[in-house]
Write a protein that binds this ligand. Structure first.
Ligand SMILES: C[S@@+](CC[C@H](N)C(=O)[O-])C[C@H]1O[C@@H](n2cnc3c(N)ncnc32)[C@H](O)[C@@H]1O
Length: 262
């Protein structure tokens, strides 16, 4: 687990820097060459969107298809500055509760600062790791997460934890980055440099397999979006045949929003 701990420390450092430089739009990556806008969908039409909480770090809109109802208790994994937490707060209303979990102290501080300005008594941020959540068994109606699980080295443990905290019959809805087909390692590295959030991404089938193995039923990919890489990057690393496969979407990098029930 030495390697996993090293990866997590790098992730923590990177997101700590982003939180400190709050407001600087540079999704998943700490470098300005990283263009996160290619991942995140627009939040403009989402009720409850709070500009200060939106660091441009997501890769989908999990709250849009999560089926969150008034009065629900929602848990957002890797909540960052609280972007999806505040949207979920609008959906659960005064009678529900939203908990944001993140392992990066600076993110939690930023999220708490945002909540102090909004004054929500039923929003709580907790410092902790997804692989060992400080959350009670069978206590959550909907787990959401946006562009986070690709960063977690132990995805099996993450989904096992999601299963543990959900009530019986409850569900999760997460947006995440996955890969389909054999993407050559150099292209994967370049895509990481270019767009971030790709290095830890696994094959879509493997990802869905882990979810099923954790015990979830009715696994459904509600949305899928191709992450478009520029031609100059693709041409540098792919031969003609692979490039054709890439263009036909048989291989590539995707943002998916996936749901499943306990
Ligand atoms: C790409 S950002 C997404 C933030 C937020 N979901 C959003 O859309 O604005 C990833 C976040 O996940 C957190 N994170 C990564 N790995 C984690 C883990 N193992 N446990 C808890 N939080 C984690 C990071 O600290 C960071 O805030």
């Amino acid at each position: 687990m030495e390697n996993a701990n090293q990866i997590k420390n790098i992730v923590k450092e990177k997101y700590g820097e982003i939180a400190k430089a709050q407001g600087e739009k540079s999704c998943c990556g700490s470098s300005k060459v990283v263009d996160y806008t290619m991942f995140q969908d627009s939040y403009d039409n989402l009720e409850g969107h709070v500009q200060d909480a939106d660091l441009g770090l997501g890769c989908g809109l999990p709250t849009e298809v999560a089926g969150i109802k008034t009065g629900d208790t929602v848990l957002d994994l890797g909540c960052g500055a609280g972007n999806d937490v505040f949207v979920a707060r609008t959906l659960v209303g005064n009678d529900g509760k939203v908990i944001g979990l993140d392992m990066t102290e600076d993110m939690i501080e930023l999220a708490e600062k945002n909540n102090r300005k909004l004054g929500f008594g039923n929003v709580e941020f907790r410092l902790g790791e997804i692989e060992k959540m400080p959350v009670e068994d069978d206590s959550i109606d909907v787990v959401i997460s946006n562009c986070v699980l690709n960063l977690v080295p132990d995805k099996e443990k993450s989904f096992a934890e999601i299963y543990r905290v959900l009530k019986s019959g409850a569900h999760f809805c997460v947006s995440d980055i996955v890969i389909e087909g054999e993407l050559n390692e150099e292209l994967k590295k370049s895509a990481e440099m270019y767009a971030g959030c790709v290095a830890g991404a696994i094959q879509k089938d493997e990802y869905l397999g882990i979810i099923e193995k954790a015990g979830f039923k009715n696994v459904d990919v509600a949305k899928s979006k191709t992450i478009t890489l520029p031609d100059h990057l693709l041409q540098k690393y792919l031969d003609d045949e692979s490039l054709a496969d890439y263009k036909n979407r048989e291989i590539g990098i995707f943002s998916i929003t996936v749901k499943a029930e306990k």
